[in-house]
Design a protein around this ligand. Structure first.
Ligand SMILES: NC(=O)C1=CN([C@@H]2O[C@H](COP(=O)(O)OP(=O)(O)OC[C@H]3O[C@@H](n4cnc5c(N)ncnc54)[C@H](OP(=O)(O)O)[C@@H]3O)[C@@H](O)[C@H]2O)C=CC1
Ligand SMILES: Nc1nc(=O)c2c([nH]1)NC[C@@H]1CN(c3ccc(C(=O)N[C@@H](CCC(=O)O)C(=O)O)cc3)C=[N+]21
Length: 283
């Protein structure tokens, strides 16, 4: 049986500190302001937007959501980002991914001022992450939240075999970089990988971000592995579930994250913290 990593409690601990820092900024006349742009409708994005609105309110962080139609043009979105880049009242900008197909995601990421980059997706920030030069640098919130979990549960990464399933800009790639910076031996697998099971079975640390419900089964997991489930999927009954077959895999893992109340709440805590950090770094 494994120990369940309680993302919700850890998120609350981190939020308590963020709240103190938010209060300090406010006493100096600065109200941190995060702007989120949501173009069209994406299931996981809607959960994210709803939960982060709630959290920002709780912490006293000003948060604005700009909803744009699914037929918004790239030009319209870029114009909005330029406007927010110029706005001194805005400290952090986040554009929800994925974007509708008429919009080039990379162009959008490039347009965000790196100093207001709440997600840490701008190439300047990604480059700093890959160079392990992350002082005053925003880093992707989900992988950052996962690193906090390793720290809290005293899970060592040095010399460990870490396997990341998925290679997205949001999760897989920055996760691999953080693990590498922490001296793990990192393998990234994806939809073109051959013999995926042979690779995941060797993982001491397994981070799964595919978007496929229950993609990882118990026979793909090593005894005693640490299993981190990033997925925000729906099961056959429409219920929120992860990329890992939790019931079976928890019998093998040493540590495992649940869905919900695992990685998700941590992503939001890291976003709140990063909004405060970006605000502090800019003054
Ligand atoms: N909890 C949280 O805080 C967050 C949750 N999420 C959730 O995590 C999941 C993944 O998100 P995201 O990374 O953005 O997803 P993407 O769809 O961008 O990426 C999925 C990755 O999985 C890989 N993949 C797909 N099918 C297979 C397969 N059969 N075998 C091996 N690899 C495969 C893809 O490979 P290829 O590159 O070859 O196509 C791709 O690299 C989603 O459920 C999302 O909602 C996302 C962000 C934060
Ligand atoms: N630019 C960008 N950055 C992202 O980080 C990003 C994104 N786009 N697009 C969508 C995905 C998805 N994502 C989630 C984060 C937290 C929860 C979350 O709060 N999950 C709760 C759900 C609880 C519930 O409401 O049922 C939990 O797991 O406990 C969900 C999804 C961030 N993403």
């Amino acid at each position: 049986m494994s120990q369940i990593i309680d993302g919700k409690s850890l998120a609350a601990e981190i939020d308590a500190q963020t709240m103190v820092e938010t209060e300090q900024l406010k006493q100096n006349g600065i109200t941190p302001h995060l702007v989120v742009i949501l173009v069209g409708e994406d299931g996981a994005s809607q959960i994210y937007v709803r939960n982060k609105e709630r959290r920002a309110q709780k912490l006293g962080i000003k948060s604005t959501v700009i909803k744009m139609d699914s037929d918004t043009t790239e030009k319209e979105l870029l114009a909005k980002i330029h406007e927010l880049n110029q706005d001194v009242d805005v400290n952090a900008i986040l554009v929800q991914m994925p974007l509708p197909k008429q919009i080039d995601e990379f162009k959008v990421i490039m347009a965000i001022d790196p100093k207001k980059d709440a997600d840490g997706f701008h190439p300047v920030n990604v480059g700093r992450l890959f160079e392990n030069e992350i002082a005053q640098t925003p880093v992707a919130c989900t992988p950052q939240g996962i690193m906090e979990m390793f720290k809290k549960y005293q899970i060592s990464l040095d010399g460990k075999n870490a396997v990341v399933v998925g290679r997205s800009t949001i999760v897989g790639k920055p996760m691999a970089a953080l693990l590498l910076n922490a001296n793990a031996t990192v393998t990234v697998v994806h939809s073109h990988t051959k013999d995926l099971k042979e690779i995941t079975k060797k993982a001491d640390i397994l981070v799964v971000a595919t978007g496929i419900a229950h993609f990882i089964k118990a026979d793909q997991v090593k005894d005693g592995a640490v299993v981190i489930d990033v997925g925000m999927d729906r099961d056959e009954n429409g219920k929120l579930t992860g990329d890992v077959d939790f019931e079976k895999v928890q019998e093998k893992a040493s540590f495992i994250t649940p869905v919900p109340k695992g990685v998700g709440p941590m992503t939001i805590s890291m976003l709140m913290k990063q909004t405060i950090d970006l605000t502090r770094w800019s003054v």
